[in-house]
Design a protein around this ligand. Structure first.
Ligand code: PMT
Length: 407
């Protein structure tokens, strides 16, 4: 199933374009959303109206359309998808992509895109065998473009050989493989918290901390790369929203808790956010004026603990909950205490002493702590720490599956 996956389908010219209508239906039935670009050639074989009706989306045809450019724009078209599929891909469009041309909406969108591209060729067998096409296909493969097909058989022109567009269900399995092969966490839902929380004092001031969100964002990405359906709940950061990951932006600890609770049930929760333990007891609706007093007292009250709340929730407790511990002293002992007190399954401890600047840094050195072991992991980039943690999460679910199979 392709639930939630966004496919940008480019339909180029060729008799096989009629199959693209069935492909749209197949993709939509599997849960994907499908947005289409119809090339001028494609529009000779299928109408924009039928493509729009089946995709239930506007169809884009023209690079120079003022209406399309203002409403969507080719840059947004190229970014707001998880995979670009060119089906059917004629010899002409393959040559244009291979040579980096940008002379129509389809080729410009592909050139401007940072998304993976799958090309499903369909053409006369001689065209497919032609050295020029072979060389263009090699160029695309070297660039990481996925080539699916063509199939062999009798062509519309009566010739026999390789050149038939793959059937829609075969293209669907190629797309499913692309998303889920080597994706051991496919089918699992994960919540990741990241960044600081800002606790407002008045409309202009807040209490916050130095978390940049880098560690939490890296974890969200590592889990998503392994196929988990991740929602990132993040406090204010300067990090770019990670592509393909649902991201909920919050400010306060209470908002973070509410968002996390709404996301239950979930299989995995990783709480990497630096949540403020306290919040100002009262919020002043107007900016607090500076007076002649030389000091001011801010009364604080305790925030809810998100990690504890998730860990102790009875009905919808995520199957695996990972907390973080940021300590300046007695790192491992304090982290172990937090593991017990908050009731999570694992805790990742990092020192945030002034000599060890973790906040905002690209690297981290952590201890990985469970109820029965403590492992010291070597200093590594936050991306590598995230990947290592994600690999442990995969092991956990593999062991869990094996245990259930044995029962
Ligand atoms: O964001 P970076 O700049 O990349 O820095 C990464 C990091 C240092 C923020 C990260 O690695 C980290 O340690 N995050 C947890 C920071 C923290 O708040 O630690 P803590 O020891 O105060 O809290 C322990 C755990 O309880 C954490 O999982 C925290 O998310 C959670 N907590 C804390 C307070 C609270 N009210 N609710 C919570 O859920």
């Amino acid at each position: 199933m392709l639930n939630g996956k966004r496919i940008l389908l480019i339909i180029s010219g060729g008799i096989a374009a009629y199959k693209s209508l069935e492909l749209i239906r197949t993709l939509k039935k599997s849960g994907a959303s499908v947005r289409c670009i119809l090339t001028q050639g494609g529009a000779q074989f299928v109408t924009p109206l039928s493509v729009a009706a089946l995709s239930e989306e506007q169809v884009y045809t023209d690079l120079w359309s003022l209406k399309d450019e203002t409403e969507m724009g080719h840059i947004r078209l190229s970014r707001e998808c998880d995979l670009i599929v060119v089906a059917p891909a004629s010899a002409n469009i393959i040559a244009r992509i291979a040579n980096g041309l940008a002379d129509d909406l389809a080729s410009t969108t592909i050139l401007a895109s940072d998304k993976p591209v799958m090309v499903c060729p369909a053409m006369n067998p001689q065209m497919w065998e032609n050295a020029a096409t072979k060389s263009n296909i090699e160029t695309l493969k070297k660039r990481g473009v996925i080539i699916s097909g063509p199939a062999a058989g009798e062509m519309a022109c009566g010739e026999i050989g390789y050149g038939r567009l793959l059937e829609p269900d075969v293209i669907l399995s190629a797309i499913t493989d692309f998303f889920f092969a080597d994706k051991p966490l496919a089918g699992l839902k994960a919540i990741v918290t990241a960044g600081p929380t800002f606790e407002p004092i008045d409309p202009v001031r807040f209490v916050g901390n130095r978390s940049s969100g880098k560690q939490g964002y890296a974890i969200a990405k590592a889990l998503s790369d392994l196929g988990a359906s991740v929602t990132l709940v993040t406090g204010p950061t300067n990090e770019d929203a990670p592509s393909g990951i649902k991201t909920i932006c919050i400010e306060t600890a209470r908002q973070m808790l509410e968002s996390c609770q709404k996301l239950l049930p979930s299989d995995i929760a990783v709480c990497a956010a630096a949540v403020a333990d306290w919040t100002p007891e009262t919020y002043q609706n107007s900016k607090i004026k500076k007076t002649s007093d030389t000091s001011v007292t801010l009364k604080m009250t305790q925030n809810p603990d998100i990690l504890s709340t998730l860990s102790k929730s009875v009905e919808k407790r995520p199957h695996l909950i990972v907390g973080f511990a940021a300590e300046t002293d007695n790192l491992v002992d304090n982290a172990r205490m937090k593991l017990l007190k908050k009731g999570c399954d694992w805790i990742v401890a990092n020192s945030v002493s002034p000599e060890n600047p973790v906040f905002g840094a690209d690297e981290n050195q952590v201890y990985f702590i469970t109820s029965d072991k403590v492992e010291e992991w070597p200093r590594a980039t936050k991306d590598d720490v995230a990947r290592k943690l994600a690999a442990r999460i995969v092991e956990f679910f593999n062991q869990d599956k094996a245990k259930h199979a044995a029962e």
